[in-house]
Design a protein around this ligand. Structure first.
Ligand code: AMP
Length: 407
């Protein structure tokens, strides 16, 4: 199937061509005609599947027909869980609307002062990309009215709920016209996400796209058994000498460790910076920009950076610490191998990590290949790898997910 067959308007097709996309991804092939037909939609699709364009492209198409509703105010509302994702989605709406009229985007999120966003909101715009908390602030101040919203899109709905945004999301939806079209994108469509979709969507069509990992064949996944943190530091130093490593994101379990690792690497001459939730938004944006422009080669981050960063030049990901759950692993490694490029994802695992390792392998349906670097072999308990008789962990053993966001 070609993009032309999707009957998007010429300005959008030009932008797609300029983006270098040859054909729509599976989620785009299914979602775009459904959205253009006006139906509500709930889709399970993860980052890396092209899901952003799957809702942005038909939304832009819809904007080319003038609204029947009087007044001013946004016509498309895209709700996302985090600032990073807000910026990412807004960057895509801007990219695909380059040749269109009536398609201005404003992006609002918490953690930054209000005046700049206030200024943006005072000019006409059609698309609003927002995190729920800051949007409610603006609504209560009377700066934003949602009475002209035609299309409400909930992106990464599961994560919004995990982060405790269920009430804000419902409040925001209630402030939009009942006649709106509603789309919900989520990694999973179970439990509270499904319940929310039943409250907000009308006779939705459902699309299920296999987890992004199915398309991560171009990411080579490696495993190093480690004895302790010193062993991790030694391995890391060695891995960073790899000349094929263009840029790398290293994930740590805590903010403190992210700072610590970044500092150690700087001390030995690496161009490294940390990224975590203790930094204010300006610092975070600046750090991501420095990674994007190649000013830094090594980013040491907590899971706050696991979603949203879309930088083609990131060739490697290193899990200095394994994440707490398998889904986060998939999001982390998806920071490399963007848009079909090749990537390498390396994970360090000590004997304490065997359970989460097993979960990751079950979730990804792939076994991580142990690698050994001569002179840096594990010597302790981890040296024997996984006991062959270890029973696959049951779901109830999964660690609670809420801790993930205190990063
Ligand atoms: P997403 O799942 O929205 O995070 O998108 C993942 C990546 O795929 C982004 O870098 C997009 O620019 C890229 N992308 C989106 N649609 C296509 C397409 N049809 N062909 C190739 N790359 C695409």
């Amino acid at each position: 199937m070609s993009f032309k067959e999707l009957q998007l308007c010429p300005g959008i097709l030009t932008a797609i061509e300029e983006s270098g996309y040859k054909q729509p991804t599976p989620i785009q092939q299914q979602a775009i005609p459904a959205i253009l037909s006006g139906t509500d939609l709930r889709a399970s699709a993860q980052t890396g599947t092209g899901k952003t364009a799957a809702f942005v492209l038909p939304a832009l198409h819809l904007l080319q027909t003038p609204s029947k509703l009087p007044g001013s105010g946004p016509r498309i509302l895209i709700l996302v869980p985090t600032r990073e994702l807000a910026m990412q989605v807004a960057a895509e709406t801007v990219k695909y609307s380059k040749h269109l009229q009536r398609s201005k985007t404003v992006c609002i999120y918490g953690g930054v002062p209000y005046p700049v966003q206030n200024r943006e909101l005072s000019r006409p715009y059609e698309i609003l990309v927002a995190t729920p908390g800051r949007l409610l602030d603006f609504i209560s101040q009377g700066r934003i009215r949602l009475s002209r919203i035609q299309l409400l899109i909930l992106d990464e709905a599961d994560r919004m709920l995990d982060m405790g945004f269920i009430e804000p999301v419902e409040e925001i939806a209630a402030a939009t016209p009942a006649t709106r079209q509603t789309l919900m994108f989520s990694a999973t469509l179970k439990g509270s996400v499904l319940n929310l979709s039943k409250r907000l969507l009308k006779n939705p069509m459902e699309i299920n796209i296999e987890p992004a990992i199915e398309t991560h064949d171009h990411i080579e996944q490696r495993l190093h058994y480690v004895d302790n943190i010193d062993h991790k530091h030694n391995l890391l130093e060695h891995l960073l000498t790899d000349p094929t490593m263009n840029q790398v994101i290293i994930f740590t379990a805590t903010k403190h460790l992210a700072d610590d690792v970044a500092e150690k690497l700087r001390d030995i001459g690496h161009n490294a910076a940390a990224l975590h939730g203790d930094m204010n938004q300006r610092q975070r944006t600046r750090t991501i920009k420095r990674l994007r422009t190649g000013d830094i080669r090594v980013l040491v981050a907590t899971d706050v950076a696991a979603r949203g960063i879309d930088i083609l030049t990131v060739s490697h990901v290193i899990n200095f610490d394994l994440p707490m759950c398998a889904e986060d692993y998939v999001h982390r490694i998806g920071r490399t191998g963007r848009a079909g490029a090749k990537g390498v994802a390396t994970s360090f695992a000590s004997h304490k990590d065997m359970s989460v390792l097993k979960q990751i392998e079950r979730f990804t349906k792939q076994r991580l290949n142990p690698h050994v670097i001569p002179g840096l072999e594990p010597k302790g308990k981890a040296s024997s790898g996984r006991p062959s008789s270890s029973r696959p962990p049951q779901r109830s053993q999964w660690k609670p997910r809420y801790n993930r966001y205190k990063v």
